[in-house]
Write a protein that binds this ligand. Structure first.
Ligand code: ADP
Length: 312
């Protein structure tokens, strides 16, 4: 795509109709991978990113373990089909650098000392790229870490700010990124501490200060979206739990009813059996008495024995 003639319309709106301090629409789904301990699918404008967290788990080979802490490994990868031209699969200079700085963006927040000798693996896969993929991946990774239940001091939110046609703009789109004058990706904790900052291009000191204020606004907006996504997940979890409990209780009472019926049936059966047995005994005794009334027979004892055996 060639450079657009102008980046702002008469109303000061950007190419995609956004204000200068407006981020692209973001959609977050939590817990999308069943084999991961935590996961997230994130769409941000035309960016589509998947993050999976595995661990904490024992680190192998053991010589890599640190007895006082867990280590965090972070992989940023762009799928071969994520951009117009096919990307050669496998790590390259850019992805290795982004993986390193992104891992460092989580270092101040993840409570690694709770898991000595362990490893926490964070995988981020860019399925569709449209500028701002490293920040999109960090936003997804934070959610995946939270979904995995990894203790953190807080969430990390990331956003880029840049300069286009001499104006500072939040969350650069593809053309703004390609043809702009500066690109400044930033990640920060929910307390506003910066954990990642990189810069392409040039900004004056005043512009830099202003850019940092602007990016704070963006990260706050993203933090809210992240919180809502996690709240949605755990609210749903609570409801599911309540539903499960209710469902679990229902059959229990049915079972109790069934058992009562069965017990009663058994009692009735037992009573019937007892009655029948008692009647048979009475009849036998009557028969025996009748036989005793007759003249004693030599074989009587044997017959009694045979009868007894039959009854048994
Ligand atoms: P970020 O995606 O974090 O903004 P860059 O500024 O390096 O990182 O890249 C900007 C955009 O350029 C990416 O989002 C992607 O759309 C595109 N891009 C990056 N690397 C490549 C590549 N190897 N081939 C084609 N497009 C690329």
């Amino acid at each position: 795509m060639s450079k657009p003639e102008k980046f702002f319309d008469d109303k000061g709106l950007r190419l995609d109709g956004r204000r200068i301090d407006e981020i692209r629409p973001m959609k977050i789904e939590v817990g999308v991978l069943s084999r991961a301990d935590g996961s997230c699918y994130l769409e941000w404008g035309n960016n589509k990113v998947l993050a999976g967290v595995f661990g904490p788990r024992e680190l192998h080979p053991r010589r890599m373990q640190r007895p006082d802490t867990a280590i965090v490994r972070y992989r940023y990868n762009m799928a071969a089909f994520s951009v117009e031209d096919r990307i050669r699969p496998g790590p390259n200079r850019r992805s290795t650098e982004i993986s390193k700085v992104s891992r460092e963006a989580f270092e101040p927040v993840v409570l690694t000392h709770l898991y000595p000798s362990a490893v926490i693996d964070v995988f981020t896969e860019v399925l569709q790229a449209d500028a701002g993929t490293r920040t999109a991946a960090i936003n997804a990774a934070t959610i995946a870490l939270a979904d995995a239940g990894i203790p953190m001091k807080g969430l990390v939110s990331a956003c880029a700010v840049g300069k286009v046609d001499g104006k500072l703009v939040l969350d650069l789109g593809k053309d703004e990124d390609n043809y702009g004058d500066a690109d400044l990706p930033v990640a920060m904790t929910q307390d506003g501490d910066v954990t990642l900052i990189q810069m392409d291009g040039n900004l004056t000191q005043d512009e830099f200060k202003e850019a940092m204020e602007l990016v704070k606004v963006g990260c706050k907006q993203i933090l809210e979206i992240q919180r809502e996504a996690l709240k949605g997940k755990f609210d749903q979890f609570d409801t599911e739990e309540i539903e499960e409990e209710t469902v679990a209780e229902a059959p229990k009472s049915e079972v109790e009813i069934d058992e009562t019926v069965e017990v009663e049936t058994e009692v009735v059966e037992t009573e019937e059996e007892e009655v029948v047995e008692t009647e048979e005994k009475v009849e036998e005794e009557v028969v025996a008495d009748d036989e005793n009334d007759e003249e004693p027979d030599e074989n009587t004892d044997d017959e009694d024995v045979e009868e007894g055996e039959t009854n048994e």
